[in-house]
Design a protein around this ligand. Sequence first.
Ligand code: SF4
Length: 372
Amino acid sequence: MSHAILSPSSSERWLNCPPSARIAEASQDRTSPYAQEGIEAHALGEHKLKKLLGYQTKDPTASLTFYNKEMEDCAEGYANYVMELIGAKTSPLVWIEQRLDLSAFAEGSFGTADCIVIAEDELHVVDYKHGLGILVDSFENPQLKLYGLGALHLFDAIYDVERVVVHIYQPRRENVSVFEISKEALYQWAEEVVIPTSKLAFNGDGSFRAGDWCHFCPIKNKCRERANATLKIAQSEFKQPSLLSDEEIDEALQKLDLIEAWLKDIKAYAYARAMGGQKWTSVKLVEGRSNRKYTNEDAVAEVVQAAGFDPYEKKLKGITAMTKLLGKETFHELLANHIEKPKGKLTLAARSDKRPEVETINMEFKKETKKL
Ligand code: SF4
């Protein structure tokens, strides 16, 4: 598969850290199993959507290595989502897997939009995400905005578009995220941010800047800028928590994920190198702890039974296994009254997390005291 140096999917990285584009160029093009699974899920989603729209299409299922029931449900969910979007519009026009030329905004850049819908004065771009690891937000998402720009570039002269609406459909995270931007604001972003920054990136110029976008950078483990930035944060935070002000704690909380991600990446990199023969002075490869296990379960059962004991225990199937056994509908019919969802243990989550904030008794008390 060919990749643009300034691809929309890596745009968050090169827009924030322009020199990363050229440096990353040499390290790309390794298709991971996850990427392959995503490609296959896209192909199935495309087929399902085309089928619902009455287009000619060939079922790719037989050729999919990662096909399973979950992929089937996800692809169906995606196709239904687009159909619902189309159904709510007057005279919609639909393009599936539309290649978009973005070279007017970033040299050599192109991408493929999963689905584009033009209806009334809106242009919709729907992007299917099969990944589980990172919850993708559509708000000001540069990849989706670039797709929007590419679609505008293609259709603006023909159709009367005023607004661009981008949708992320990420079924395995139960995430549907929608963001709307006016045509003017999108073109302004292109002029003020994309065009000048892409020039820097294409030429390998600009300044390195570390942040969340490092996560998908091929050189993240060895990048000096990322190491320096993370260590700088860590240095300022290496004080006793009780000696920090609430503001300092708040600031540290925003950065902890960056430090954690960097530490994890460094450990994973060191491990991979050690497996390849590298000897580190500070750490070494050792065998992890392991538990005893039977060498042959049937033989064990036989021996225990012969001695007059029952070697088996009977256990109720868990909810997932029971749903598999009964099917979703029967499970609900028979067991709905026997299922409860206990409250989860309270945990700290980012402000952007979709779950509602929980008020503790102390918070309520503080509010009441303020009122008095
Ligand atoms: S790891 Fe981060 S700072 Fe380093 S080049 Fe990649 S994106 Fe830039």
